[in-house]
Write a protein that binds this ligand. Structure first.
Ligand code: IPE
Ligand code: IPE
Ligand code: MG
Length: 249
């Protein structure tokens, strides 16, 4: 059984503070270009924004923060940028995991690891094992992640678990890579583009969407609070009418 009910099968629990925030961290390259720096300087600065965003989420009482770090299509970038990003991920794991652990943060990585170097695969496994029992926040990093990849691997796993079975949405959802988390309440994309870019396609079915022109290295806790304030103005109907919500039906 999936741990959390799907938003299309039951009405999820809605809280003042989103339980799960998912972010497409976009705009690093443009941030650097504006400063006549190489694109990778933007990625380096972007890692600082990751730190401050994680801390802000812990302080606000957010349960799940999911960050899109590298998409299954980002391999199409120039080889030197791809290898810089892989090294940055490796470095971040080496330097940050003990701090995450000290702060009671659980780290999970979703995406197809098969294409990563063995050293990176090992570090991810160690970090997940070390932090598995932590409860302050679950930080999920999506790396070599694609929403279509996720659905396809879930379909395969579902068939393997119940060959020839009669399937419903929950049967699939329990094999998605984020089956351990409720669906995102709030999606944020920085950098001005208004698209999903193959992020959590299944899970975003009823997520509130927030797009900001702020480039990821400039995104700060105040900008996060603004996104949450915008979220708090939304009426989450999940298919029902306003009147039904007012009457608490
Ligand atoms: C997001 O910033 C980081 C990754 C995709 C790894 P970009 O590198 O996409 O920055 P822009 O969109 O080119 O400014
Ligand atoms: C989405 O950003 C992926 C990540 C932030 C990791 P991109 O910059 O790759 O998205 P597109 O290509 O503009 O859609
Ligand atoms: Mg981009």
């Amino acid at each position: 059984m999936a741990l959390f009910q799907s938003s299309t099968r039951a009405i999820p629990l809605v809280e003042e503070i989103p339980r799960h925030i998912a972010i497409i961290m976009d705009g690093n390259g443009r941030w650097a270009k504006k400063r006549l720096l190489p694109r990778v300087a933007g990625h380096k600065r972007g890692l600082e924004t990751v730190r401050s965003t994680v801390k802000a989420c812990v302080d606000l009482g957010v349960e799940h923060l999911t960050l899109f770090a590298f998409s299954s299509e980002n391999w199409r970038r120039p080889a030197d940028e791809v290898s810089f990003l892989m090294n940055l991920f490796l470095l971040a794991l080496e330097q940050e995991v003990s701090k995450l652990h000290k702060n009671n943060i659980r780290l999970r990585v979703i995406g197809d690891r098969a294409r990563f170097d063995q050293k990176l695969i090992d570090l991810i496994g160690e970090a997940e094992r070390l932090t598995a029992g932590n409860t302050a926040l679950t930080l999920t990093v999506a790396a070599n992640y694609g929403g279509r990849w996720d659905m396809l691997q879930a379909v395969r796993a579902m068939h393997a678990a119940k060959p020839g079975g009669d399937f419903n949405e929950d049967d699939l959802a329990e094999h998605l890579s984020m089956a351990y988390a409720p669906e995102p309440d709030l999606f944020i994309r920085t950098g001005g583009e208004k698209r999903i870019s193959n992020f959590l396609l299944w899970q975003l079915a009823y997520t509130e969407l927030h797009f900001t022109d702020t480039l990821w290295p400039d995104f700060n806790p105040a900008a996060l609070k603004k996104a949450i304030q915008s979220y708090q103005q939304r009426e989450r109907r999940f298919g029902r009418t306003s009147e039904q919500l007012v009457n608490n039906a």
